[in-house]
Ligand binder design. Structure first.
Ligand code: SF4
Length: 395
């Protein structure tokens, strides 16, 4: 029998409504589950009597289970392999930032160790970006809001999670409803994450699904324009103050199409118009992700192209060192020298705030673009805490 997660809030709310139970009791259930993930729903205190048979017959404390937790050698990154109820596997990654490494007005950053959780929103991904391991899996399934929130519950056993980024497996905005529900839960009691500490990363292809019929029937160009603007506006209207990160990865359409095949349908100029409109409306800065691929998009002229493209927006560009993933990809990582020069051009010539992403979790394939469920790799990883027999798994 398939149960729903108690974090599948739409389902739970509907069941409670039908039984005349106030949805105000739902956060009490979540608080209990968060504190005692191994308990039974019968043990949740102070609920109205009719709530218990509903919970018992249709819901589970946790529908996902933790299969393994793999620590990187430096202990700063932990990759969680999680089995969903129907047998699919996803990964989530905890990244710990040591405050002594960062400086804050010349002093160590206050507030102790900060942990960021990178969550998955889909099993696999249909976008097939050529530099990304997840893209090689193809699309298998959307996660429910409950399955997304359960990643946070599981990760909280290992670290105090302060930030959540939707940069794991999948294109989050292609699973819009579940992602929105999950974020709303994370922002409410008992998780209380600030929207400013949540970032949703999109490759901007999300309009494909919503607009495909119209695209076939009428003028491609205008529909695409409306689609992108509509989608980004919808994101802002639904989740104000949540950060938007856009995976740009190239300063022109040709290179973009070369490394992100699904970008073919979406002209870069139209994306920039959409981002401009979004920023005017939201007054929020936009995070631009840019993966550094040797000889492909990392030359000085590319930095100037990118600078010109972005100079009228308020953005933070995050340069991401490429992580080679076995033999599937022909790309190579940019040299440190090229990455530094790229940053210098964006900062010096265009006054664009530019950071270089700290590499974390390379040795456990938990780094950016490396998330792919790979059982043979899981078996061979050295510093691993196996919580179940990996031989029992089936994808
Ligand atoms: S980079 Fe993101 S959108 Fe592209 S294939 Fe990987 S998971 Fe999908």
């Amino acid at each position: 029998m398939v149960f729903s997660s108690v974090f599948d809030v739409g389902t739970l709310r509907k069941e409670f409504e039908n039984a005349g139970i106030s949805s105000q009791f739902i956060p009490i259930i979540w608080k209990h589950v968060r504190q005692k993930p191994n308990s039974e729903l019968d043990e949740v205190p102070s609920l109205p009597a009719p709530a218990y048979p509903i919970l018992r017959s249709k819901f589970k404390v946790m529908t996902s289970s933790l299969i393994s937790a793999t620590d990187s050698m430096d202990g700063l990154t932990t990759k969680l392999l999680i089995r969903l109820q129907k047998g699919n596997l996803v990964e989530a990654v905890i990244m710990r930032y040591d405050p002594r490494l960062g400086k804050y007005d010349g002093k160590p950053r206050p507030g102790g160790q900060r942990s960021t959780l990178c969550v998955s929103s889909q099993v696999g991904c249909k976008m097939a970006c050529k530099f990304c391991a997840t893209g090689t899996m193809g699309f298998k399934n959307n996660l429910s809001s409950g399955e997304i929130v359960e990643q946070l519950v599981l990760a909280s056993r290992f670290s105090d999670i302060r930030n959540v980024v939707f940069m794991g497996m999948g294109e989050p905005l292609n699973n819009f409803t579940a992602v929105v529900e999950a974020i709303q839960i994370m922002m409410g009691s008992p998780f209380q994450l600030s929207p400013k500490r949540i970032t949703v990363s999109t490759v901007d292809h999300l309009v494909l699904r919503w607009q495909s019929v119209e695209t076939l029937l009428s003028g491609l160009y205008e529909i695409i324009k409306v689609g992108i603007i509509h989608s980004i506006n919808k994101f802002h209207d639904t989740l104000p103050n949540v950060n938007l990160a856009v995976s740009l990865h190239a300063p022109d359409q040709d290179i973009r199409c070369q490394i992100m095949p699904s970008a073919r349908a979406f002209p870069l100029g139209r994306l920039m118009e959409a981002l401009r409109a979004y920023q005017e409306k939201s007054q929020q800065k936009i995070f631009i992700e840019y993966i550094m691929l040797d000889g492909v998009n990392d030359l000085e002229r590319h930095a100037h192209q990118l600078g010109k493209l972005l100079q009228t927006l308020e953005v933070v560009v995050n340069l991401i060192p490429f992580n080679p993933i076995g033999t599937f990809s022909s790309f190579r990582a940019s040299t440190q020298q090229n990455v530094k020069l790229f940053q210098k051009v964006l900062r010096g010539s265009y006054n664009i705030r530019t950071t270089i992403r700290q590499q974390m979790g390379e040795d456990i394939s938990g780094a950016c673009g490396q998330l792919v469920v790979n059982l043979s790799e899981q078996r061979s990883t050295g510093n691993e805490r196996l919580l179940a027999d990996i031989e029992d798994l089936h994808i």
